[in-house]
Design a protein around this ligand. Structure first.
Ligand SMILES: *[C@@H]1O[C@H](CO)[C@@H](O)[C@H](O)[C@H]1NC(C)=O
Ligand SMILES: *[C@@H]1O[C@H](CO)[C@@H](O)[C@H](O)[C@H]1NC(C)=O
Length: 434
């Protein structure tokens, strides 16, 4: 098979073919993958990585012990007590147990923080303004909420798959993507052509906003899978664990032929997600430019340097020409637009709550962080407070973001940016394979 997977979302020709299947808003934008790749991989990605390693961004407060609000029936691995040992509910197959034990071990979250850090985080100030929030407000005041060091807990392969993981994604798609009654699963394995057509016919029938919602979720899913393929557990002995690229795993998820065209679409959605978050970051620049805004950790010199780096990144983003225009979202009839926006928000919040049902803790951590980051991006895009202060009419004082939102926004974007970077790595690896 040709490595056509990662090459997609691409130039005009591919766009033409694609449009016949799903006519979509993004396909009419100036989305040019080569330009995005170059911009991301060489200009943005290295600086963003540096920023995310700073103390302000590496510690994320999260409540990983919230019970799953949806499934209380027996057999559900998402239940709270089950989540601690997520794997013993399906004991029939020995290798499953083994797989699960591996998931449990690799999925454990390292919660250790130095004493110094613990003291420092106590001082971190918080602003709050949650009225526009797209996410379930995580109860970070709860005694169960803890700071975790994201650098100590990288997102990578944990072995968390099978029925438990499958269920999470299928619930997200099937129950939360503005589903009409007769929809087929978008990720059914071994999907036949006819089913697929039904699904894309359905997608085509949706209005721009609803389709966009689906594409964001699909983009997020794709991004997570790129990471798992790029940080695959290649070797696991008691002496050494080795993580790295697994081309086979990548192909199984994204190769055009192996996935019957599904993989390239997933990657297109990943670029779509990238552009949406890029647009949000560009729009929120005035908030970060406010003289009183600081990335507070208590170290004045470091904090000022970090703010300078952050602004540099945001200006770079602003200079990027291929932005998505959110004004065509929710444009039409005012009442209808309002309702749709509200629906959008409710669906999204629901998805962030579903993250509490993820059995593997590390997956839950990154799932929560990334949904919160995307939710923050949406909050920015749709905030009228920020719109009222745009464009460039000086700093926007009405608009607020909490520290949580800032940390998740940039880390979530960092994940998508890493995925785009990893696609280039896979492209090279695939060239060598063939
Ligand atoms: C939220 O998710 C649950 C569980 O999947 C589902 O039953 C419910 O219908 C969803 N609600 C919305 C508004 O999407
Ligand atoms: C790569 O992933 C495939 C599954 O897609 C797996 O069968 C294989 O063992 C993995 N390779 C390595 C070296 O772990």
């Amino acid at each position: 098979p040709t490595p056509e997977g990662p090459r997609l979302c691409a130039g005009r020709a591919a766009g033409q073919v694609y449009r016949r299947r799903v006519s979509g808003y993004l396909d009419d934008c100036t989305c040019d993958v080569e330009t995005i790749d170059k911009f991301n991989n060489y200009r943005l990605f290295p600086r963003l990585q540096k920023l995310l390693e700073s103390d302000y961004f590496r510690y994320y407060k999260v409540n990983l012990k919230k019970p799953c609000p949806f499934w209380n029936d027996i057999n559900q691995c998402g239940r709270r007590d089950c989540a601690v040992k997520p794997c013993h509910s399906y004991s029939e197959e020995a290798n499953r147990i083994e797989e699960c034990e591996q998931a449990e071990r690799l999925g454990a979250v390292d919660e250790s923080l130095s004493e110094e850090t613990q003291k420092a985080v106590l001082q971190w100030t918080k602003h709050d303004d949650s009225s526009d929030s797209f996410c379930e407000i995580d109860d970070i005041q709860s005694p169960d909420a803890e700071y975790v060091d994201l650098l100590l807990n990288p997102e990578r392969y944990t072995g968390y798959k099978g029925p438990d993981a499958w269920r999470i994604w299928s619930v997200i798609y099937e129950e939360n993507c503005f589903k009409p009654q007769t929809i087929q699963r978008p990720l059914a394995s071994g999907q036949g052509k006819s089913k697929e057509n039904t699904f894309y016919n359905w997608l085509e029938g949706l209005c721009v906003e609803k389709r966009a919602f689906y594409r964001l979720i699909s983009g997020l899913h794709a991004s997570i899978n790129v990471h798992l393929s790029a940080r695959y557990l290649l070797q696991d002995t008691w002496l050494e664990k080795k993580w790295g690229h697994n081309v086979t795993e990548f192909q199984q998820r994204f190769d055009g032929i192996l996935t019957e065209g599904e993989g390239p679409r997933r990657l297109k959605n990943l670029y779509f997600l990238y552009l949406i978050e890029l647009r949000a970051l560009s729009k929120v620049l005035p908030f970060f430019e406010r003289p009183d805004f600081q990335l507070f950790t208590g170290n004045k010199v470091q904090d000022a340097e970090n703010k300078a780096l952050l602004l540099e990144i945001l200006h770079e983003i602003k200079s990027f020409p291929l932005h998505f225009d959110e004004n065509s979202f929710f444009a039409g009839d005012k009442n209808e637009a309002h309702k749709l926006k509200e629906d959008f928000r409710l669906h999204f919040r629901n998805i962030s709550r579903i993250m509490d049902c993820v059995g593997c803790f590390k997956c839950r951590l990154w799932g929560k962080l990334q949904t919160q980051g995307l939710g923050t991006a949406l909050k920015i895009l749709f905030s009228e407070k920020l719109i009222a202060n745009m464009p460039e009419s000086g700093p926007s004082y009405e608009f607020q973001l909490t520290r949580q939102e800032i940390v998740s926004l940039f880390n979530a974007f960092g994940r998508i940016s890493t995925s785009v970077r990893e696609l280039e790595n896979f492209r090279h690896l695939l060239q060598n394979v063939h």
